[in-house]
Design a protein around this ligand. Structure first.
Ligand SMILES: [Mn+2]
Length: 322
């Protein structure tokens, strides 16, 4: 018997939440655990709290039971999943703070250990992978398995990112044996795009520019164009990744206008170039190969400014022999 499941057994009421703007892993880990508890411990009062997630995730069992707003309940156990720090809980933080026992399950390097018990594994591909290892394998149902598979597939970029390990693949394999619709989960939640999303992607690719002698590709979309297509900011996910795979480029830049002369900037690197440093210079942050910031000015000025810094950083890299 493990300590994690003991905490669940000992609790009368259990609350689960993840981070603000839930992604596939946040949603998958919360719902994987929620379905497991509902099936194995039906006598317990269990609820899951999450902000509204992508509608494509709603095929996951019991999604209709998710609470989107906090309440006054005091739980004997509250679990925070896929959150590096307590501020990531957003409006659900008070529920976590009031609970008798607070457990954190996460895989972010930045995790602050804000729970009383912290199951933090930096080598795990995803929080969904950690949840799988904390549960009793033979009791994981197809319903719970679908959610965990969704989470693992999303955080690994469909088993592609460097966080994917042999263990990740073994767990995914065991989940497949439950009879889950693994192709559909990936197609419908990861690759499928709406007509508007495809239109906007096409437009951004069409209008992209090669800069710094072809080492950088950049594109931008303004508010007017987004309104024309009826696109939301969430419809722009994935455009930067398509730009990044342009053959021969070291870095990709994508800008979208969020306010008058204000742009949200996404940066990606294919080389040793550390884009988190570029983003940090402009008040943002992120990872070495994926980062972002917000910048003001007209489109041309923002792009020129970024290219100056990226160009200088590339020269430095070259001088260091990378
Ligand atoms: Mn995650």
């Amino acid at each position: 018997m493990n300590k994690f499941l003991d905490a669940i057994r000992q609790a009368d009421s259990i609350g689960i939440t993840g981070h603000v703007r839930p992604d596939g892993d946040c949603f998958g880990s919360c719902m994987g655990l929620y379905n497991y508890i509902k099936e194995q411990f039906p006598e317990k009062e269990t609820l899951v709290y999450l902000e509204k997630a992508a509608p494509e995730f709603s095929f996951i069992s019991r999604s209709n039971e998710i609470r989107h707003t906090p309440d006054e309940k005091e739980y004997s156990l509250f679990l925070a999943l896929d959150c590096g720090s307590s501020d990531r809980l957003g409006s659900f933080l008070p529920l976590f703070e009031k609970a008798g026992k607070r457990i954190v399950v996460d895989h972010h390097i930045s995790n602050t250990g804000f729970g009383q018990e912290n199951y933090v594994d930096l080598t795990a591909s995803s929080t969904s992978e950690i949840i799988y290892t904390l549960l009793e394998e033979e009791k994981i149902s197809r319903k719970s398995g679908e959610a965990l598979y969704l989470g693992i597939a999303h955080d690994t970029g469909v088993f592609k990112h460097s966080c994917t390990t042999k263990r990740t693949m073994e767990i995914a394999g065991k989940l497949m044996e439950l009879g889950i619709p693994y192709s559909q989960i990936i197609d419908q939640t990861f690759y499928q795009k709406t007509y508007v999303q495809n239109q906007v992607l096409g437009r951004c690719l069409l209008e992209s520019l090669l800069l710094l002698e072809g080492k950088v590709v950049a594109s931008c979309i303004d508010k007017k164009t987004m309104e024309f297509y009826g696109a939301e900011s969430s419809d722009l996910d994935g455009i930067i990744d398509q730009l990044r795979v342009t053959k021969g480029v070291s870095a990709a830049i994508f800008l979208y206008e969020t306010g008058f002369r204000e742009y949200k900037v996404s940066l990606r690197s294919n080389t040793e170039l550390d884009v988190s440093k570029i983003a940090a210079y402009f008040g943002g942050g992120g990872h070495k190969k994926a980062a972002g910031c917000t910048m003001s000015g007209c489109y041309r000025d923002v792009l020129t400014n970024l290219c100056q810094h990226i160009g200088a950083a590339m020269e430095q890299e070259e001088a260091m022999g990378n």
